[in-house]
Design a protein around this ligand. Structure first.
Ligand SMILES: [Fe+2]
Ligand SMILES: [Fe+2]
Length: 167
């Protein structure tokens, strides 16, 4: 992760109580998109969304907090299946339940977490901030999943077309 969320005191003031909890720290034990842990992914989504919320006059604090908590679940989404519904439908609901164990959620924060899979799920977001998080989540997912692919391709390219030795 390249963004400097740790060096942003306003951002840190919004999320540091959450970041100090075991519930959030545990996300470091789960792979999210090939090369990123669920904690790295959640911090990226939270920080980018917070920046956009600030820029577009949204609630930056709620966006930062709900962004960090949007994937607060502890199973491998590639292998775990639910009878009640798809992973896309289930995990936002599980994340809300887990988030409510560590903090009080506002209606806005709950909507951000619940609707972040919009596109794969039907109910549309109620707030501007929820649209921000669902878009940033998709952007980060693609970026995180494709980075190793790009790296791999670069590596192959150099194998196929080795640099000519300068004489
Ligand atoms: Fe998610
Ligand atoms: Fe996510």
């Amino acid at each position: 992760m390249t963004e400097k969320w740790q060096d942003d005191p306003e951002y840190m003031s919004y999320i540091e109580d959450l970041l100090a909890t075991e519930a959030v720290q545990k996300l470091a034990n789960y792979t999210q998109h090939v090369n990123s842990t669920r904690l790295e992914h959640s911090l990226s989504v939270s920080y980018y969304s917070y920046k956009l919320a600030k820029k577009w006059g949204g609630d930056a604090r709620a966006t930062a907090r709900a962004g960090l908590l949007h994937d607060l679940f502890y199973y491998d989404w590639r292998t775990t299946k639910f009878d009640e519904g798809s992973h896309a439908y289930m995990h936002p609901r599980i994340a809300v339940k887990n988030a409510e164990k560590i903090t009080e959620l506002s209606d806005l924060e709950r909507d951000i977490i619940l609707k972040h899979m919009w596109g794969a799920t039907i109910a549309p977001p109620k707030y501007k901030e929820s649209y921000i998080v669902t878009m940033v989540d998709k952007y980060c997912a693609i970026k995180e999943a494709s980075e190793p692919m790009t790296e791999n391709l670069r590596h192959k390219w150099h194998q196929w077309f080795p640099k000519k030795q300068s004489v």
